[in-house]
Design a protein around this ligand. Structure first.
Ligand code: AQP
Length: 330
């Protein structure tokens, strides 16, 4: 029997090259080997205010991009988080099995507090417990994530172990799966920070729906250094190292072969080649996206995904509720 894998993406904005390399590409690469469950984490995105009209559009775009990037609904179960009500219900139960101290240690939350971000919601603080429920409810063996989400999968493992010890074996303990290359694609303008949907300047982020012309311009003006060598060295050459990672993950060429290939050439030549590879990937994705976005295939796939996911999720929630004593029946 195939091992199971689960992952989700928040539709907080347009998906970008970091979402593709760190997450989406992995779902696609693994869909033959594993039983993949891929969901749109629409509850997670409302931890920060979203414009409802934009959010609705992003939801459709996100599903269309899952498909355009190569996720095959015949192989993977694709669904909306809110279509499976059991996520939120198990989320509250997980919330009650997680300590404040554990949530206080979550780096993403601590970073936001340290940056002095105002009006942080309760949802931002507790979302790792909903994420635990999202994962545990399907009992996956693996959870492919970028580097930034590893800590939340580790919390999930701790909470699941605690629950199993308290109430008897209920959950499979999942393992995070971090890509060897591309676990943290950085901003093109500030290669010390992650490429993010919520980047203030869009120059550092290549969106999957950027026109190839725009994407090329962003790559050609990516921040580099004055060492004039294509070398993977994240400390002294973070910008060039980021471009090497992007190039490597899209072509499959390893870092040292890339260094050899561009030895003696200028950054302009290297950037041009990175731009060629990125633009051809964008063209391929956008061609498929344009076919999908105006069809009603999106609704059909989500309805099908809901039917498949709901059976597993409801059964697991029922088991949990009986074990913790909140059901009258045993
Ligand atoms: N830059 C990145 N490099 C590698 N992996 C990344 N991921 C996101 N950005 C990068 C991985 O993509 C998956 C889905 O992430 P998400 O969109 O649900 O949340 P996020 O990590 O918070 O993404 P953003 O773009 O930074 O969104 P905002 O700005 O809304 O917070 C995860 O596995 C993530 O690791």
């Amino acid at each position: 029997m195939k091992k199971r894998m689960l992952s989700g993406i928040k539709p907080t904005g347009q998906l970008h090259l970091g979402s593709y390399i760190g997450a989406l590409k992995q779902f696609v690469d693994y869909q033959d080997e594993y039983e993949v469950f891929a969901f749109i984490a629409n509850l997670h995105c409302i931890t920060v205010y979203q414009d409802p009209i934009e959010l609705r559009k992003n939801l459709r775009d996100c599903v269309a991009l899952y498909l355009a990037c190569g996720l095959d609904p015949e192989k993977a179960t694709i669904f909306l988080q809110t279509d499976i009500k059991a996520h939120a219900q198990l989320g509250f139960i997980m919330n009650c099995n997680t300590y404040m101290g554990e949530l206080n240690r979550m780096t993403q939350y601590k970073d936001k507090v340290a940056k002095g971000e105002k009006n942080l919601t309760g949802g931002i603080f507790t979302y790792p417990t909903l994420m635990s429920a999202d994962i545990l409810i399907y009992e996956p063996h693996y959870v492919p994530v970028g580097e930034d989400q590893k800590q939340h999968v580790e919390l999930t493992r701790d909470v699941a172990n605690r629950f199993n010890n308290r109430y008897g074996k209920t959950f499979t303990i999942p393992e995070p799966l971090i890509p060897k290359i591309g676990a943290r694609i950085m901003s093109l303008q500030d290669p010390t920070t992650k490429m993010s949907k919520s980047d203030h300047s869009d120059k550092g982020c290549i969106y999957l729906l950027d026109s190839p012309k725009k994407a090329r311009k962003k790559i050609m003006s990516a921040k580099t250094d004055d060492l004039a060598q294509v070398k993977f060295d994240t400390v002294n050459q973070p910008g060039i190292s980021n471009l090497i990672q992007i190039y490597s993950s899209l072509t499959g060429i390893n870092f040292s072969d890339i260094e050899t290939k561009f030895d003696g050439l200028g950054y302009g030549d290297f950037k041009k080649e990175v731009a060629n590879v990125v633009c051809s990937k964008l063209e391929e994705i956008q061609g498929k996206y344009n076919e999908i976005i105006n069809s009603n295939i999106i609704e059909e796939i989500l309805a099908d995904g809901k039917t498949k996911a709901e059976v597993l999720a409801n059964a697991k929630l029922d088991e949990v509720q009986r074990k913790i004593g909140i059901e009258i029946k045993m």
